[in-house]
Each structure stands twice: as structure tokens, then as C-alpha cells.
Design a binder for this molecule. Structure first.
Ligand SMILES: [Cu+2]
Length: 131
């Protein structure tokens, strides 16, 4: 009688803990490893297109290799807001884009690191990861 009661209570609790532990582990690994979108390399130029819409950049992370020219196109979405101005502070470049239009930033990163880009008010952010 008491054994039966014991297993009725303990087994569900242990199972519940195991499932909770497992799923939280998965969540952690997902946040620690973001999936950056690698730009496609054709004729030596690394190109990527980033859409600005609804207050964010898609993709917000682009991975490139250093020493090779990069061409980043920003496409203005429907809900541009203040994202209509793209600022690369560290490159001293800033450009305006309208809905349905695109602008291009060209540069050649010569060292590994991160090149952030933001809207004119520093609210939306994304980055180019240089490897
Ligand atoms: Cu802003």
C-alpha cells in the first residue's frame, strides 16, 4: 500500500524534473549559439541583403571573411520607422533608405572583429562578424 503510493508520487516528479532539465538545457544552447547568416561569395565579393522592417534587421548578424570586399544591401520594408537611416559608426558611413528601395554599403574589413550597425537613434541593432 505505502509502496504503491510512493511510486505514484515520486515517478511523476522525477519525470517532470528530467523533462524540465532537458528542455532548459536545449534553450541555453540555442541562445549561446546564434545562427549567423553567412553571405554568399561570388567573384570575390561577399554580398548579403538585410531587410529593415518592424523595428529589426533580418538577418541581424552577417558573417564575412576579412581581407575580402563586402557589399551589404539594406532593403526598406513597410514599417521602416527610424530604421530608414542605417548607421555604421565605426566605418563612418550612414545612408538613408526608403520603403521598397535599397542602399548598399561597401567596405573591406581588414581585421577580425565585429562591425555594428544601428538605426539613426541607436535603437535597432545588428552586426557584421568578421572572421
Ligand atoms: Cu531608432
Amino acid at each position: 500500500m505505502s509502496t504503491k503510493l510512493f511510486s505514484l508520487i515520486v515517478v511523476p516528479v522525477v519525470l517532470g524534473l528530467a523533462i524540465a532539465g532537458c528542455s532548459s538545457g536545449t534553450d541555453t544552447s540555442q541562445t549561446e549559439t546564434p545562427t549567423p547568416t553567412t553571405s554568399t561569395t561570388s567573384d570575390g565579393v561577399q554580398r548579403a541583403t538585410i531587410t529593415i522592417d518592424g523595428g529589426k534587421y533580418t538577418p541581424s548578424v552577417v558573417t564575412v571573411e576579412r581581407g575580402k570586399p563586402v557589399e551589404l544591401s539594406f532593403v526598406g520594408g513597410q514599417e521602416l520607422g527610424c530604421g530608414g537611416t542605417v548607421v555604421f559608426k565605426s566605418l563612418n558611413q550612414s545612408k538613408d533608405v526608403a520603403s521598397g528601395k535599397s542602399v548598399m554599403f561597401s567596405f573591406t574589413p581588414d581585421e577580425a572583429g565585429e562591425i555594428p550597425f544601428t538605426c539613426s537613434m541607436d535603437m535597432y541593432d545588428g552586426k557584421v562578424v568578421v572572421k
